[in-house]
Write a protein that binds this ligand. Structure first.
Ligand SMILES: [Zn+2]
Length: 368
């Protein structure tokens, strides 16, 4: 403090630093990562991997890389064979996934879990978490694969770039062909779903869908899978396309405020992620089509003009199916009618701009 009673920028840094140090110490002792993340939504001066923000628990080094970004690296002599990203809160009001990641971190810091594979744990959008909104300015889950470069500056643009950097550093640190990459991006949905939990398997190009990964999803309690039909800007597609990670966007049910989630509903997910990072037997069943509801995309209904009309109720559940020849939309005299058995809708939204997708049309499929 200077003697004229005004704060210099150095004073402010010290005060912020002191507040941060106390909060960080509280996190190390009690493991409340949600609290630490929400207190420092824009980060802190001490950000970085090679600074003092790391400690050891049960033969694993825990490093706080940034707000909402925690790296756990086993210190064992065995070569790690897996690099695992588990992310939550890419949409800030999707609290159940954030609480699942919190549970994993609590268990790691309390030494209930011994982490045997490199693991990056993420709470994606702290600013949106604090305002209990999906996002502040832009939908973060459309900004990956460099799409953040094409928008005007906002928090999500900044955050997408930072997260890409951390994930890229994480996967690039172990590039041996013996190491397999994984990314499970956990979400909850805005609307009801005929199938409460479902996962979107990012588009794989010529690569086959991985049946063991589908079995893992089923073991996590997620047996409805929607196969992606093209490149996107989602977080899971980014890890899949850029780092060959086995990756999924996982929708775990409906959005609820913090503390109102029935965590027993997510126990299978938490248990299997725990088993994965601690290298326990995953006890997977062999893939069998009859254990799953598999869907492939038939196409989008795109809103072309202001005359667009969608004949799907606002509260229609995801995966609602319609009989053949049902009129779903009209636009400038063009009609969309269902033509196939089991045609179902996902993510309907009539309030999009012209040229954007108003609803995704899917049909049941099986793997042969
Ligand atoms: Zn989401």
């Amino acid at each position: 403090m200077t003697n004229d009673n005004t704060l210099t920028s150095q004073d402010l840094t010290d005060i912020k630093g002191d507040k941060f140090c106390q909060a960080y110490q509280a996190f190390v002792e009690a493991g409340d990562f949600i609290s630490l993340t929400r207190q420092f939504e824009h980060g802190f001066a001490q950000t970085g991997r090679d600074n003092q923000l790391n400690f050891t628990v049960k033969q694993a080094k825990v490093s706080l890389l940034d707000t909402g970004i925690l790296l756990v690296e086993p210190e064992n002599s065995v070569k790690p064979s897996k690099s695992i990203v588990i992310s939550s809160g890419i949409h800030g009001n999707e609290t159940a996934p954030i609480e699942i990641v919190q549970q994993l971190i609590s268990d790691i810091l309390a030494e209930k879990i011994q982490v045997k594979h490199r693991t990056l744990l993420i709470m994606g959008n702290p600013v949106a978490m604090n305002i209990a909104k999906r996002f502040q300015t832009e939908n973060l889950n459309r900004l990956f694969c460099g799409k953040h470069q094409n928008i005007t500056p906002c928090y999500e643009k900044f955050r997408a770039e930072r997260i890409e950097g951390y994930v890229s550093d994480f996967f690039n640190a172990e590039q041996s062909s013996d190491v397999t990459n994984y990314h499970y991006d956990l979400h909850t949905a805005i609307r009801n779903s005929k199938h409460e939990k479902f996962a979107i398997y990012p588009y794989q190009g010529d690569k086959p869908w991985d049946r063991e990964q589908l079995s893992f999803m089923a073991a996590c309690g997620v047996n409805t899978i929607l196969f992606g039909h093209g490149p996107t800007g989602t977080f899971s597609y980014y890890s899949s396309a850029q780092f060959k990670a086995h990756a999924f966007t996982i929708e775990l049910g409906k959005v609820r405020p913090f503390g109102e989630n029935n965590m027993a509903n997510f126990q299978a997910m938490t248990d299997k992620l725990t088993a994965l990072i601690s290298d326990e037997d995953l006890l997977l069943k062999d893939f069998d089509n009859k254990d799953f509801n598999l869907f492939t995309a038939l196409g989008d209904i795109t809103k072309v003009s202001d005359n667009f009309k969608l004949f799907i109720k606002d509260d229609a559940s995801n995966f609602t199916d319609y009989p053949i020849d049902t009129l779903l939309s009209t636009d400038n005299g063009e009609e969309y009618r269902t033509t196939q058995a089991g045609e179902s809708i996902v993510f309907p939204n009539a309030n999009v701009g012209n040229g954007q997708r108003a609803v995704l049309i899917v049909v049941p499929t099986t793997l042969t």
